[in-house]
Design a protein. Structure first.
Length: 220
């Protein structure tokens, strides 16, 4: 149904997440992120947006990724039909993949990185997403690294049903949030990359550096 990647860029303290799916509005359903807090992807056959919001709130209160995930999944009788990945601000990672989600499914925990998916075309998609992300130089633009992960997952087969929506969210203390979404399109990952290039370059990028941020809340 969905594949996603969460990452931490230690050079800039940026936290990011990206996802693609064969359904509508993957950004609204799946991705959550907050600077100095972490990132979450909540997905699966019976996706729970409560898990996404809850994990982010727990990390904001000081819980690490493992703690937040355990406290959300353990009491939920529907957890076997859901999937959750969590990345905290320190780079800690945790993931849950319920057995009731459609195959192929699974998750990968890496250094400052979590990849997960379900209802995938094959069991090579997740490794491809990871390889696409880490294959980019660590000095490369963080957003393009996340998008490289989506591109690689799509090239490996992606969602069994095809791909209809894609999204990316990047947060960091010194810049405003970047939240780009393609909610329905025949080529959503391609459209998302085009949006990202617009956002990463002037005039948009110059304007974004003039608005308030966590580091400079009164900037104008």
């Amino acid at each position: 149904m969905t594949y996603s990647v969460l990452g931490l860029d230690r050079a800039t303290s940026a936290i990011g997440c990206a996802a693609a799916t064969g359904n509508l509005a993957v950004g609204g359903w799946v991705l959550r992120a907050a600077a100095r807090v972490g990132a979450v992807a909540t997905q699966g056959y019976a996706v729970s947006t409560l898990w996404g919001d809850g994990a982010l709130a727990r990390m904001a209160d000081g819980e690490c990724a493992d703690e937040a995930l355990a406290k959300l999944t353990e009491p939920d009788p529907g957890r076997d039909f859901r999937q959750l990945t969590v990345l905290d601000a320190a780079g800690g990672t945790a993931a849950w993949t319920g057995t009731g989600n459609p195959d192929s499914k699974g998750h990968i925990l890496g250094e400052d990185l979590v990849v997960a998916g379900n209802w995938l075309a094959n069991n090579k998609v997740l490794a491809a997403v990871q390889a696409g992300y880490v294959g980019e130089p660590t000095t490369a633009d963080f957003g393009r690294r996340l998008l490289a992960g989506l591109d690689a997952g799509l090239a490996a087969g992606g969602d069994q049903r095809g791909t209809l929506s894609a999204a990316i969210r990047i947060v960091r203390p010194d810049l405003p949030p970047l939240d780009l979404r393609v909610d329905f399109d025949d080529e959503p990952v391609t459209r998302l990359r085009a949006l990202y290039e617009m956002a990463a370059n002037p005039p948009y990028s110059e304007w974004a550096r003039s608005v308030p941020t966590l580091d400079d809340p009164y900037r104008c």
